[in-house]
Design a binder for this molecule. Structure first.
Ligand code: GRF
Length: 195
């Protein structure tokens, strides 16, 4: 049976692109829909180039109505993938997709997570803390930032001389390598690493 995923983004969408490309020729997983909370997100044009349906979310529609559920039902979405999506997920959506919303965070949670910890803020904090390693965390999403159960982590060693930009590059390479295969394993019902 084909499983459908919806990609939620706020920006560039380099992870979304990797995921779309990874599943392009696979029957088990389909990516019909990309949703952005920003009309200016470059990810929208990228997704349209790949033939996805796209949608821009307005804040009141997201937080003050549940209309989004109708859209997700229309596309028969099994898994919501947050790939650089910066808004907190409202309770009605968490309740409608129990353990079926996942996020990728560019650090080793529970360290360097929470509100305001996104993008270069994370990598600067990692640098300031003189961490010897960083990495990625893929986790289930609940109503609080970066607190859902962890599904998968991958690590990279950091050199003393690495600045935040280089840390960001090392972490992004891990994101691009691991996110899509982890989604594939999750959707195949492989619970060996997913709790
Ligand atoms: C990634 O670093 C991801 O971990 C975080 O947001 C960033 C999105 O980057 N949640 P991109 O838009 O996929 O390039």
């Amino acid at each position: 049976m084909t499983r459908n995923i919806a990609l939620f983004v706020s920006g560039t969408g380099s992870n979304a692109r990797k995921i779309i490309e990874y599943f392009q020729d696979k029957e088990a997983v389909n990516c019909p829909l990309l949703i952005s909370n920003k009309a200016s997100a470059p990810a929208l044009a990228m997704a349209e180039d790949y033939g996805l349906e796209t949608m821009v979310l307005e804040r009141p529609d997201f937080y003050e109505s549940e209309d989004l559920l109708t859209v997700l039902e229309k596309y028969d979405i099994h898994l919501i993938v947050l790939a650089g999506f910066l808004w907190l997920i409202p309770p009605y959506l968490v309740a409608a997709y129990p353990r079926a919303i996942i996020n990728i965070h560019p650090a080793l949670l529970p360290k360097f997570g929470g509100k305001g910890m996104y993008g270069m803020h994370v990598h600067r904090a990692v640098k300031a803390a003189h961490e010897e390693e960083s990495g990625i965390t893929i986790h289930y999403v609940n109503e609080r930032y970066d607190e859902g159960d962890i599904i998968f982590q991958a690590r990279c060693q950091l050199e003393e001389s690495d600045g935040p930009e280089l840390i960001a590059q090392r972490v992004q390479a891990l994101e691009h390598r691991h996110f899509a295969p982890v989604i594939e394993r999750l959707l195949s019902g492989d619970r060996s690493f997913a709790g």
